[in-house]
Design a protein around this ligand. Structure first.
Ligand SMILES: NC(=O)c1ccc[n+]([C@@H]2O[C@H](COP(=O)([O-])OP(=O)(O)OC[C@H]3O[C@@H](n4cnc5c(N)ncnc54)[C@H](O)[C@@H]3O)[C@@H](O)[C@H]2O)c1
Length: 274
């Protein structure tokens, strides 16, 4: 089974989608790139938002080579004016904005004792404040057209801490993404705007690939009950569902895409399941 094959089912036909962090690092496929590619295959017009134009252009080449419709919008999603321009560009280029995926994320390390204060501020701004700013400008456009779907990319590390050296800025920002999701779902439900959250497990993507030894990659794979490695495509398929009208009665949900990692404990991972 290859999850990223062409499907031709057109589950997002007629929708305009904005994906932030739609580019990808040098090694492999990132979640933003996979989400954008599947959205285009499913018939959406996709605005590829990234502060790195060259990375987004790679995603665009992939989509255009398959006959999909997309374009690059270069923006830093930590800047409100650029998020406003992003929402306006979706409407100007494609006539609306129905789906927003808040996918931008960076790592941040340390415990409360060791954390660097500037790093804390930067990670909270890039990972969490950006979701507020993009949504601030996207929700009114969606609401005016009768509704839409927003998907916030969090992480299971918000619910299960990884390691004693700590990733406090990262995990707290991802916990914030979950809380933001439930708040937004309540506040914008009557405007027809659904807001959901995906909590990926230990994926092998460009964000982490450069920092990983083969042993650590194997340990991450082994951490899930399925014992298989997660990829960006696994997250992207979940996004297709939440973006589509198939999920019309699903809002405020946190969906783990983690091979079952949240169901297990360190004990089972390191003993029974080997
Ligand atoms: N890889 C994993 O194991 C894993 C696990 C859980 C969650 N996630 C989450 O998935 C998301 C994507 O991860 P990835 O590995 O695909 O990332 P990636 O590093 O491959 O891609 C992220 C993209 O975001 C862009 N970007 C960064 N800051 C930006 C900003 N301020 N404005 C606009 N664009 C910006 C980068 O240029 C890059 O192209 C993140 O939110 C991450 O936290 C990843």
């Amino acid at each position: 089974m290859v999850t990223h094959q062409l499907t031709g089912t057109r589950r997002l036909e007629g929708k305009v989608a904005v994906v932030t962090g739609a580019g990808s690092g040098a090694t492999g496929v990132g979640t933003g790139q996979a989400i954008s590619t599947l959205f285009a295959r499913e018939g959406a017009n996709v605005l590829l938002v990234d502060r790195d134009a060259a990375r987004a252009a790679d995603t665009l080449r992939q989509i255009e080579s398959e006959g999909g419709v997309a374009s690059v919008f270069t923006a830093d999603v930590t800047k409100s004016a650029e998020c406003k321009a992003m929402a306006e560009a979706a409407v100007a280029r494609y006539g609306g904005l129905h789906v927003l995926v808040n996918n931008v994320g960076i790592l941040g390390k340390g415990t409360v004792v060791t954390v660097d204060e500037d790093e804390w501020d930067q990670v909270m701004t890039v990972n969490l404040k950006s979701m507020v700013l993009t949504s601030k400008h996207a929700v009114p456009v969606m609401a005016a057209a009768g509704g839409g779907s927003i998907i916030n990319i969090s992480s299971i590390s918000a619910l299960r801490s990884i390691g004693i050296t700590g990733t406090v800025p990262y995990t707290v920002s991802k916990g914030g993404a979950m809380t933001l999701t439930t708040s937004m779902a309540v506040q914008h439900g009557r405007q027809g705007v659904r807001v959901n959250c995906i909590a990926p497990g230990f994926l092998y993507t460009p964000m982490v690939a450069g920092t990983m030894t083969p042993e650590w990659r194997e340990a991450r794979r082994n951490a899930s009950p399925l014992g298989t490695e997660g990829t960006a495509w696994d997250v992207a398929w979940a996004c297709v569902y939440l973006a589509s009208d198939e999920a019309r009665w699903v809002t405020g949900a946190v969906l783990p895409v983690d091979g079952g990692t949240l169901c297990t404990t360190a004990l089972s991972a390191f003993h029974d399941m080997r």
